[in-house]
Ligand binder design. Structure first.
Ligand code: FMN
Length: 208
């Protein structure tokens, strides 16, 4: 039986031990990415970009960069998520597509495209970076839930040397690094993690 959404969010845990024998096909990885990219993004610019690492030799090269975390070698794939700081250059293509499939009228597109390009092109670099990191975080979360719904496990990883990663994998300068996500089949159950209560993290209506 298909897991419900609530099963998926309750049963996703960061898994750090993977069965190295389990391979996920490129087609299924692509399908998961397609589902993940249904996530929302600022002005629908979809700045997320992915590097899918499935070659065993490439995973071995990644291991020291990820400070020896074994999951990058044993998981079926490690997906590096980036935010393209030049994604606004795709505005016309994205909005044309919306017109072609009847989701937007031509006049709206003609009004919005130059306005969006002008806005995004002139953003202070830190603001632009913040936007793509937020969008990159949303697609990353969606990818982890999608993977769980497909019967796989994941762990998000920020524990790696981003400078060495950029050099080793030839990451373009315009790609802000969001996180790595290992995807595979758990070899050992994840340890569960506690949460702050909603009351501890929530204020209603106004900060005093
Ligand atoms: C941005 C980010 C970076 C993380 N980096 C690592 C990492 O490098 N290695 C690791 O084992 N877990 C890493 N984690 C996983 C967290 O430790 C984990 O999500 C947290 O303890 C909650 O556990 P859960 O994911 O099982 O609910 C990271 C999580 C996030 C969101």
């Amino acid at each position: 039986m298909e897991p419900t959404f609530f099963d998926v969010i309750r049963e996703r845990h960061s898994v750090r031990y993977y069965d190295p024998e389990v391979k996920i096909s490129d087609d299924e990885l692509k399908q998961m990415l397609e589902e993940a990219t249904l996530a929302p993004s600022s002005s629908n610019l979809q700045p997320w970009r992915f590097l899918v690492i499935t070659d065993q030799e490439a995973k071995e090269r990644l291991k020291p960069i990820a400070y020896g975390q074994q999951q990058v070698v044993d998981a079926s794939a490690v997906i590096a998520v980036f935010g393209d700081l030049d994604s606004y250059k795709q505005t016309e293509k994205i909005y044309n597509r919306a017109v072609e499939i009847g989701f937007m009228d031509e006049a709206t597109k003609n009004r919005m495209v130059p306005r969006n390009i002008e806005t995004y092109k002139n953003l202070p670099p830190e603001v632009a970076r913040g936007i793509v990191l937020v969008d990159g975080g949303l697609v990353s979360m969606q990818l982890m839930l999608v993977a769980k719904a497909h019967g796989y496990d994941t762990v998000p990883m920020g524990g790696y040397d981003s400078v060495r990663f950029k050099e080793e994998f030839g990451v373009p300068d315009r790609y802000a690094q969001v996180m790595l996500i290992a995807v595979g089949k758990a070899a050992r159950e994840a340890h569960k993690s506690s949460r702050l209560t909603v009351d501890e993290v929530t204020t209603w209506n106004k900060f005093e």
